[in-house]
Design a protein around this ligand. Structure first.
Ligand code: 13P
Ligand code: SF4
Length: 400
């Protein structure tokens, strides 16, 4: 559909992905991170020797391989990780191991892309299952973001102001194209552990921030940590002309939030918090900032996965905690702290299905292929995209 707008002339509605209902692992969608078939012969999940095979392949590779595991990975995978961490820590760890020939990233696609950007040209980054994407990252395509930027540029020109006053801040959970866009326009990447610092830095560089793609992290950080009013933020809908906003709204907002969210953290509701408080009256509610603002407002503590882990480590024995984040991590924390009562904030099961794509058969297949001299599922970012993405990632790593 083509629509004429007061802001920019013509708005072409982005076409919906033709593979919206694609089943994971059954075909490929070149425009998103979904549905990529695994090219290899995977060992059977029932193979009783999987643990021993993974250990043997890892030992054979020795220092040549570095295995990173995000906190949301399954236990069966985490046991083989050289380091675990949130997306910020893993980006730093990946950059700090130049001697490793192979970096096996047990996480999702955007994390492996970031690792490829931050590692040396002789290092090869591998994602054990290419279907391990992120639905949030898919919510901001390069085409949509460029269109948004054109809209903002046209408005700035009509107002006689420079577009330089708008600083893009992009969450790590975005494609390399979006990171490159951010670097090209003088912005920074952030993660859930440094979003406050990233936003403060951005407001020192300009007057307005375009925050991509997680509206909740942006809103929660701005309101809770920077003291913004909800009315300082507007929500930009890439499927509507002018983002569904008037020129005045776009002009006056301090923070333009992209309409994206995490499908896992978006499941937690205010009702979940009310119910757990009724069930366990002295419970501490601890949630990830990807949760909706109403949920975050009702919680006692809010922070990244690293923050959640550290808070529980420091908690007194006998205390009770309801955790609003991905279930693999919550279960692992409950096992690690038998002296505390740790429950999942939602009543229903809530894994990140794409994180869970990486399992022991895929890890064994990846490591054994490397032992045989075959690099499978390599993740590469083209040099031009990598150059600008690196600018934005390095800006994040240099944040005060
Ligand atoms: P962090 O790793 O930054 O806590 O983010 C959680 C997440 O959703 C990763 O995909
Ligand atoms: Fe993406 Fe959410 Fe899964 Fe993280 S938990 S990879 S943001 S869908």
């Amino acid at each position: 559909m083509t629509v004429t707008t007061e802001a920019e002339g013509v708005f072409a509605e982005p076409s919906a992905t033709p593979l919206a209902l694609l089943l994971l692992g059954q075909a490929a969608d070149p425009h998103s991170e979904r549905g990529v078939e695994c090219p290899g012969d995977l060992p059977a999940p029932s193979d009783p020797d999987l643990v021993q095979r993974a250990a043997a392949a890892k030992a054979a590779l020795g220092e040549r391989v570095f295995v990173l595991g995000h906190h949301y990975q399954r236990d069966e995978v985490v046991q083989f990780a050289d380091v675990t961490g949130d997306s910020f820590k893993l980006a730093r760890d990946a950059a700090a191991r130049p001697q490793a020939e192979y970096v096996v990233f047990c996480g999702v696609h955007f994390m492996a892309e970031s690792a490829d950007i931050l590692t040396g040209p002789d290092q090869q980054v591998v994602l054990p299952d290419l279907a391990a994407g992120c639905s949030m990252a898919d919510m901001a395509t390069a085409e949509q973001v460029e269109q948004c930027w054109d809209t903002l540029t046209a408005l700035a020109e009509r107002d006689g102001r420079g577009i330089e006053r708008v600083i893009p801040v992009s969450y790590m959970n975005s494609s390399a194209d979006i990171k490159a866009f951010t670097g090209r326009h003088g912005g920074t990447i952030c993660t859930s552990s440094n979003a406050e610092r990233a936003l403060r830095w951005a407001y020192e560089q300009g007057e307005q921030v375009l925050f991509l793609p997680d509206q909740h992290l942006g809103r929660n950080t701005a309101i809770r940590q920077l003291g913004f009013a909800p009315s300082d933020c507007v929500l930009y809908n890439p499927y509507k002309p002018n983002g569904g906003l008037t020129d005045a709204q776009l002009r006056e907002a301090k923070l333009i939030l992209w309409r994206g969210h995490c499908s896992v953290h978006g499941r937690f509701t205010e009702q979940c918090v009310d119910e757990v408080r009724e069930l366990i009256p002295d419970v501490n509610v601890l949630v990830h900032p990807e949760c909706r603002h109403e949920v975050v407002q009702k919680a006692d503590y809010v922070g990244s996965t690293e923050y959640i882990i550290k808070t529980l480590e420091a908690a007194a024995p006998g205390t009770a905690w309801a955790i609003g984040t991905e279930l693999n991590l919550v279960r692992r924390l409950a096992d690690a702290h038998p002296d505390k009562r740790i429950v999942f904030l939602d009543k229903s099961v809530c894994y990140c299905s794409t994180m869970n794509r990486i399992d022991l058969p895929h890890l064994v297949w990846t490591l054994e292929s490397l032992v045989a001299g075959k690099v499978v599922n390599r993740i590469t970012v083209d040099p031009e995209t990598a150059r600008y993405s690196r600018l934005a990632l390095e800006q994040m790593l240099a944040l005060p």
